[in-house]
Design a protein around this ligand. Structure first.
Ligand SMILES: CC(C)(COP(=O)(O)OP(=O)(O)OC[C@H]1O[C@@H](n2cnc3c(N)ncnc32)[C@H](O)[C@@H]1OP(=O)(O)O)[C@@H](O)C(=O)NCCC(=O)NCCS
Length: 161
């Protein structure tokens, strides 16, 4: 008999640690980036982010191991946090990896005195929009034709910290 598939969100909880990305994490982060996006960022772009004081890349993975299950990039500018990018390895989706990364970024923003978190998301990206709504973000506007590849609109979402 086939086992029933678990409900979304009912997968066993992953033992995860969240830490800041360093140069030696580039390869596993790029692997997730390529799996997650049709037009992935280049390795050079990630390397440049690592050099900016205002940029933080958080990675989620098994404690004490170099594997990367997901990552999140945010900028911290004055009293704002801007989420640039978040992705989870398809093998580990719906196991709260992205939620844990977002919560860590929001906590870090709060600790630095940020008051507002902003992000843009493709209008069609229901998984991401659902994640952000779940965390309390609200849609505040549309940027038409924001994504150069397909000319898709972006939804701008904000969260007051
Ligand atoms: C969006 C993304 C990062 C979510 O990652 P994830 O680790 O699977 O998300 P989580 O398991 O933490 O999900 C948290 C919540 O988000 C929502 N969610 C996540 N995936 C969803 C899906 N496929 N459909 C509907 N809701 C979804 C749910 O509310 C979920 O909570 P639940 O599992 O308790 O129902 C992942 O799908 C991804 O990497 N997509 C490709 C890259 C991308 O589009 N990034 C966003 C750029 S703005």
């Amino acid at each position: 008999m086939r086992m029933p598939r678990p409900e979304p969100g009912a997968e066993p909880r992953l033992d995860l640690s969240i830490r800041r990305m360093g140069p030696s994490d580039l390869e596993p982060v790029m692997r997730v980036e390529r799996l997650a996006f049709k037009s992935p960022w280049s390795a050079e772009l990630f390397q440049r982010e690592l050099l900016h004081d205002w940029s933080t890349i958080l990675i989620a993975g098994p404690p004490g191991e170099p594997d990367v299950y997901g990552f999140l990039i945010y900028w911290s500018v004055h009293d704002e946090v801007h989420i640039l990018n978040i992705a989870t390895d398809p093998l580990h989706r719906r196991r709260r990896v992205a939620r844990r990364l977002m919560v860590a970024a929001l906590e870090q923003g709060r600790a630095r005195g940020a008051r507002l978190v902003t992000l843009e998301v493709r209008r069609s990206n229901l998984p991401a929009i659902t994640l952000y709504r779940d965390l309390g973000f609200r849609a505040v506007g549309i940027r038409p034709n924001y994504y150069a590849d397909e000319g898709e609109d972006a939804v701008v979402m904000n969260l007051d910290l």
